[in-house]
Design a protein around this ligand. Sequence first.
Ligand code: SF4
Length: 246
Amino acid sequence: MLPATHIRIHSIESFGTHDGPGIRLVVFTQGCQFRCLYCANPDTWDPHGGHTISIDELVQRALSEKPFFGRRGGVTISGGEPTLQRVPLLELFRQLHAYGINTALDSNGRLLNDEVKALLEETDYLLLDVKHINNDIHKRLTGVSNESVLQVAAHRESTGKPMWLRYVLVPGWTDQPEYLHALGQHFAGYRSIEKLEIQPYHRLGVHKWAALNMPYELEEVQPPLREQLSEVAGIFGQYFREVVVN
Ligand code: SF4
């Protein structure tokens, strides 16, 4: 068990522009309870892997990069799944807020308890990954149910704080028009959702599966074509204020 002053991480990226608003310091934490068939970072799954870093060191690094954050940027904690380390992350976010640094959390929505709710209160932007609206397909795709994901979204909506949804478009798996409409309809009344980001499936992490000696089930799947992405963006555009392809 790590002391609550440290976080176990996979890696850190400076000047990130893909994980939340503006220019950000992005910290990828170690450990994940999902087993997404398309995961590009299966090396983040092991909660005992990676290395540790102290909250103090992360705050100092954020302060050194603060001049580049501008009005909208800040720090994003991604994964793996960050809520596995909710206690030290809450302390980190409190300290970042004390220095006026904006916080974002990229989560798969697997956990919702009082500690996660406290962390979400200190989270300026929740980037919530919704992998599939159909629970059976969600289970096949990730190994777990989507129930908690929908509960996290409903909780965020109840707090009135902003949220972006993220949707990985995997041809043959997550592109069924009826389910895209169902997802849009599910979230249609949500006022907290500022935008939906479509993340095209890619194969950049396939070599990591081989390195970990794990069979890659989506061997035959290719990234979506531009027309496919526009089609899906068109459907989501009927339900969400802003839809972007990330
Ligand atoms: S939630 Fe993210 S890190 Fe976890 S298995 Fe899925 S894609 Fe990988």
